[in-house]
Ligand binder design. Structure first.
Ligand SMILES: C[C@@]1(CC(=O)O)C2=NC(=C\c3[nH]c(c(CCC(=O)O)c3CC(=O)O)Cc3[nH]c(c(CC(=O)O)c3CCC(=O)O)/C=C3\N/C(=C\2)[C@@H](CCC(=O)O)[C@]3(C)CC(=O)O)/[C@H]1CCC(=O)O
Ligand SMILES: NC(=O)c1ccc[n+]([C@@H]2O[C@H](COP(=O)([O-])OP(=O)(O)OC[C@H]3O[C@@H](n4cnc5c(N)ncnc54)[C@H](O)[C@@H]3O)[C@@H](O)[C@H]2O)c1
Length: 278
């Protein structure tokens, strides 16, 4: 939506030869996973974290972690206990958004890749980079915060080392703070939905994002958020709208709610919560 570039003439340098890193919204989409060993177990962590609907094809016995996921996710993970057959794909050509294999059989792997390619379904064939439309990366998750380290196939173990270094350097409650920011942004769009308010809304949320520490953002209460939104509404007509300091925001907690703006916003926030529950 916005680029956030300070200098419009200072274009970023492009290093070609990389890959496209994206956050694929695969929730509710069908994925075929072939294989039930250790690598399949790691694939399941990624897929189930993203709320995908997974069909797993592999003969028994399964890796214990894979068996555990079956009991943990009975509605989103289905096991077909046998080896892969080509009709698994040809009869279900439109079913799958994504195909992953994690099997110790290079011939079957290649056959699955060719079928996926014909059907134009993106595939990752573990251990065979030339037959991967995309690679996995080393992932750190903390709620909505997702960090993926990729070495573009050069050094998976080094990716894992870098991921751990990054995770160590993160603020303790970064995930929680980001979750809170998501809630605030959603509520702000709700109380100030007007299209023409888009720029002011974005300028202000940028300021809010920079105004408080991680700890403060993570421990912000529903009342603080309502106070912030009321602040925005009250001062919304002004250009260069400021954000309350932390002290100002905390002071608002104690104020009696004689202020109609706060009550109005709190009611909207309550309505939103009810909608979410419904
Ligand atoms: C990140 C991670 C994600 C995951 O799989 O979940 C991942 N591999 C991980 C670990 C790992 N894999 C291997 C080792 C042994 C040590 C070593 O070889 O380094 C270790 C380390 C270990 O076990 O400690 C063996 C291996 N891997 C590939 C090949 C084939 C080849 O390279 O030709 C071979 C056999 C090489 C051989 O035979 O010599 C290929 C791929 N592995 C990738 C991802 C993709 C590129 C990732 C990137 O760009 O960085 C890519 C290209 C395709 C793909 O799988 O998508 C996960 C770390 C998760 C974590 O802990 O955080
Ligand atoms: N990319 C990576 O990060 C990475 C890391 C380690 C290993 N590997 C490679 O990934 C592959 C899988 O590794 P693993 O440790 O999970 O192996 P594994 O031996 O633990 O598991 C293999 C699984 O595939 C199943 N399988 C074999 N043929 C099948 C078929 N035709 N249809 C359905 N299921 C079938 C087996 O029953 C088993 O469940 C190996 O080739 C391994 O070298 C990749």
């Amino acid at each position: 939506m916005t680029t956030g570039r300070a200098d419009p003439n200072n274009f970023p340098e492009i290093q070609t030869g990389g890959s496209l890193l994206i956050a694929w919204q695969i929730k509710g989409k069908r994925v075929l996973l072939v294989g039930g060993g250790e690598v399949a177990a790691t694939r399941l962590v990624h897929l189930l974290s993203a709320d995908a609907l997974v069909t797993l094809i592999a003969p028994a016995p399964l890796h214990p972690e894979v068996s555990f996921r079956l009991t943990q996710f009975p509605n989103s993970l289905t096991w077909i206990p046998r080896a892969f057959e080509s009709t698994d794909l040809t009869d279900h050509a439109n079913d799958y958004s994504l195909i992953l294999t994690a099997i110790d059989d290079p011939v079957a792997s290649s056959q699955i890749y060719k079928l996926a390619h014909q059907l134009k379904i993106p595939a990752n064939i573990a251990d065979v980079p030339p037959e991967c439309d995309f690679y996995f990366g080393s992932v750190h998750r903390d709620g909505p915060l997702q960090i993926m380290v990729s070495t573009n196939g050069k050094g998976p173990r080094l990716a894992s080392t870098i991921r751990k270094l990054i995770a160590k350097a993160l603020p303790k409650n970064a995930g929680r703070a980001i979750e809170q920011m998501g809630e605030l942004r959603k509520k702000l769009r709700e109380v100030a939905p007007a299209q023409e308010e888009g720029k002011r809304r974005m300028d202000w949320i940028k300021k809010v994002s920079d105004a408080y520490g991680w700890e403060e953002m993570g421990t912000m209460t529903g009342e603080d958020m309502a106070n912030l939104l009321a602040w925005y509404r009250k001062e919304g007509g002004e250009d260069g709208l400021e954000v309350p300091t932390l002290d100002e925001l905390r002071a608002l907690r104690k104020e009696k709610k004689q202020d109609g703006a706060v009550e109005e916003v709190e009611k909207k926030v309550e309505d939103l919560k009810m909608e979410e529950k419904a």
